[in-house]
Design a protein around this ligand. Structure first.
Ligand SMILES: Nc1ncnc2c1ncn2[C@@H]1O[C@H](COP(=O)(O)OP(=O)(O)OP(=O)(O)O)[C@@H](O)[C@H]1O
Ligand SMILES: [Mg+2]
Length: 141
């Protein structure tokens, strides 16, 4: 499955992406700096109409959002591992607690802690096609 989209098309792509994700909880976003990982994750959060819950300075690698679906209060964790220095630090920051919480986790720079990711993580890849288009594709194992 793949999508090629500009910023104008990002919300439509995000809607289509959520349908493809189905009940997978952890999604790892691979892609070089500037490929659009944060921007796409924000679009995914916008589609779910999230509100910001906490942005704790101690756990700055993790942003927690909440949203309502079918009368239930659900969570999305946006985890950016770019600044992660060690697996000990990941443990201290509570990354594993998030990854195995059963809540949705959208992870940037997953290669910084691949061994921490659950077996059924969905791996997706982003790349710039040109200055104003990105390609996103899913690699199923
Ligand atoms: N689909 C898109 N089409 C065009 N431009 C985009 C798209 N997605 C993101 N951009 C632009 O690319 C730039 C980088 O985006 P973003 O910060 O999301 O990248 P990133 O992959 O999270 O980078 P980093 O690895 O540094 O966290 C921003 O200027 C953003 O506006
Ligand atoms: Mg980013």
């Amino acid at each position: 499955m793949e999508w090629i989209f500009s910023l104008n098309e990002i919300l439509g792509t995000a809607i289509s992406f959520w349908k493809e994700v189905k009940d997978r909880k952890v999604v790892a976003f691979h892609g070089p700096m500037g490929s659009g990982k944060t921007t796409f994750i924000h679009a995914l959060c916008d589609v779910k109409k999230v509100r910001d819950v906490v942005s704790s300075p101690t756990f700055s690698l993790i942003n927690e959002y909440s949203f309502e679906e079918k009368g239930k209060e659900l969570k999305i964790y946006h985890i950016d591992l770019y600044r992660l220095r060690s697996e000990t630090e990941a443990f201290d920051a509570g990354i594993e607690d998030c990854l195995y919480s059963g809540h949705i986790c959208l992870v940037e720079w997953p290669e910084k802690a691949l061994s921490l990711l659950p077996e059924d993580t969905l791996h997706v890849y982003l790349e710039a096609v040109n200055a104003d288009k990105r390609r996103l594709y899913i690699k199923y194992k």
